[in-house]
Every structure is written in C-alpha cells, then in structure tokens.
Design a protein around this ligand. Structure first.
Ligand SMILES: Nc1ncnc2c1ncn2[C@@H]1O[C@H](COP(=O)(O)OP(=O)(O)O)[C@@H](O)[C@H]1O
Ligand SMILES: [Mg+2]
Length: 324
C-alpha cells in the first residue's frame, strides 16, 4: 500500500546552523486525519513546508502518494491543498471573489469554476456569507474561507498549519465539524499542525509529537494515553475516614501488594490506587477491599489526558502564543 505521506530521515538545517528537523520518519495512511503536535519552534511548519514542496530538505526524502516532493514538485502540488498559518485571503473583497481568484490561480477550468466554488462554500458552511466582504467575517469564518480555497481542487491531501489558532471554542468546533464532513465525503487525508491537544485528541486518527526536530512519540490518541500506563482509581469510604489515624495498615499493604498496583495513597476518606489498566484492576481491588470489610461508597477514575502525555515526552506545556 502506498502511504498518503511518507518521510524518511528528513532533516532540515537552516543557514548551516539551525537544525529544525533531525531525522524525521513519518507514515500517514490515506484518508487518515494526522495531527502533528509540538511546542513553538519544534519544526512543525518546517516539515509542512517541505511536504508541500515549498522548502527543500537538507537530507532525507519525502513522498505524497509516492510522489517525491523534491523530484516531482509540480505533480505533488496538483494533489495537495495547503492552508498556511498566516492569513491567506483578501479582506476587501467578498468570500466568493476570493474563491474565484484562487480557482484561477489553481487553474480550475472556467467551465468547472462555478461548481467548484459552490462545493467549497458548501463544504465549509459559508453559502450565506459568500457575497459579504471578508472584513465583516468573524475569525472562524475567515479560517473556513481559507480552507474552502484549499478545497477548490478537491485535494487528496489537505495540509493545515495551526488551523484553529486564536479561535474561540465554538469557532474551532465549527471548523472541525465542516472539515470532518468534507473528509468523510471525499476521503481526503488531513495533515495538521497544532498545539491544541484536545483538538488532536478528538479529531485525529494518529498523532506524532515532535520536540526539537525529532519525533518523540507517535500513535493513536488512545495508544498515547495508554502509553503512560497510569490510571488513578479513587475509592471513597467512611471506613477510611473513621480510621484516619488507625487505618488498618494491612488493608493498605494488601492493596499495594497486588501485582498490578503501582502505588497507593490514602487521603481523608479517599484511597487513590495507581494502576496500569483500570478496567482490569477495578473488580480485583473492590474484591480486596470488601474482603477486608471496607464498604465503598463511591468510586471514580482519572485517566491520563494528552496533556499528561505531552508533559511526559516534551517536558513542558508552555507553548507561548501565536506559534511560528
Ligand atoms: N526560514 C527560516 N530560516 C531560519 N530558521 C528558521 C526558518 N524557519 C524556521 N526556522 C527555525 O527553525 C526552527 C523550527 O521552526 P518552525 O518549523 O517554524 O517550528 P514550529 O512551526 O513548530 O513553531 C526554529 O528554531 C525556527 O526559529
Ligand atoms: Mg509553525
């Protein structure tokens, strides 16, 4: 099977000194939504610019549907759409006029232009806005228009650099709902950069986390979260409370001694048990507590989030603002 996107040992050194990418290997399946996650300056835009034929790699190779991004740039550009992080539409004309200009830039034949523009407007939910000046649009509508421009050619791969940066949650949701339905209809591969982890978690099939030009972790959102191998099961019981100081040490020891338990912390009437797999551990811990005569009032579970995954592999959650 040919990958939608493949990179092999891709390296980019700017001006002979800044190593922006350091041996990136990447495989993206067709019709997949792939999130490329990393802090500012980690190399996200550099990779996207290479994959979209705007920059040449210093070494290594990259392919879109088997087409070499360096050797076959013109062919690659025919099958991809790209939305840069910076604004890419004109504010003093209407959405429709922007689409008309882009359809000419992309060489959409005049006989097909009207239909392409209608489809693109519809895909991004902008039909009613089409004839309004772009300067009257909200930030979310501008973003949807920019994406609509990239959809005019019905690309096989859509590249989006920080597609929802600076948008409020409802505008972000609107962008993704439109993208998701477009993707479903046309089986487009979507590759996006982001530093919003919730977005990567909800909307992507696969994630790669990049730090300082190297991919430090990749997998499905669920695989990444499970890779931390930690869930916290919390057991609430008055038994703990009433025995606050004199809690039967045996109980704690017995729980701690269970092979799959990594740690146990007692705090007031709550017992936190750290385990690798909560579903597996839960019934066994309940049974162990019951056999010690502990009646459980309530159980809750805390699963790791992608934030936790990011913290582990990148070591910081501070992204700053604006991206690069
Ligand atoms: N055109 C350029 N010339 C020189 N250095 C650059 C250029 N573009 C990016 N860089 C540097 O390469 C590194 C990666 O940047 P970039 O790919 O923009 O990261 P990100 O998109 O993750 O914020 C940074 O250190 C940045 O300063
Ligand atoms: Mg960037």
């Amino acid at each position: 099977m040919v990958f939608a996107i493949e990179a092999r040992q891709l390296t980019k050194i700017y001006d002979g000194k800044t190593k922006a990418l350091d041996g990136v290997d990447l495989q993206v399946n067709p019709a997949e939504v792939f999130a490329f996650l990393g802090p500012n300056g980690s190399g996200k835009t550099t990779l996207m610019r290479i994959l979209t034929t705007q920059f040449r790699p210093t070494s290594g190779e990259a392919y879109n549907f088997g087409l070499d991004v360096v050797q076959s740039g013109a062919e690659v550009r025919k099958i991809i759409g790209y939305v840069p992080q910076e604004t890419s539409v004109w504010a003093d004309i209407s959405g429709f006029e922007n689409l008309l200009i882009y359809s000419k830039i992309y060489g959409v034949p005049s006989s097909r232009r009207k239909k392409s523009i209608e489809d693109a407007l519809q895909s991004m939910g902008l039909e009613e806005m089409a004839n309004r000046m772009v300067k009257t649009y909200s930030g979310g509508m501008v973003r949807r228009l920019e994406i609509a421009c990239a959809l005019l050619v019905k690309p096989k791969i859509l590249f989006l650099d920080e597609p929802t940066i600076g948008l409020d949650p409802s505008a972000r949701k609107a962008v993704w709902e439109n993208l998701t339905s477009f993707k479903r209809e046309y089986s487009t591969t979507v590759f996006f950069n982001t530093h919003y982890m919730d977005e990567a978690d909800i909307y992507s099939d696969e994630i790669a986390i990049i730090n300082k030009g190297k991919i430090v972790k990749s997998g499905t959102p669920s695989q990444l979260k499970h890779s931390l191998r930690s869930e916290i099961l919390q057991f609430h019981s008055n038994h703990f409370h009433s025995n606050h100081n004199g809690i039967d040490e045996n109980i704690l020891r017995n729980i701690r001694d269970l092979a799959f338990v990594r740690d146990v912390v007692l705090c007031d009437s709550k017992l936190d048990v750290f385990v690798e797999d909560g579903e597996f551990a839960l019934p066994l811990i309940i049974e162990a507590l019951r056999s010690e005569g502990v009646s459980i009032e309530r159980i809750s579970a805390t699963r790791p989030t992608l934030d936790d995954v990011f913290l582990k592999y990148v070591g910081t959650l501070s992204f700053g603002r604006g991206g690069k």
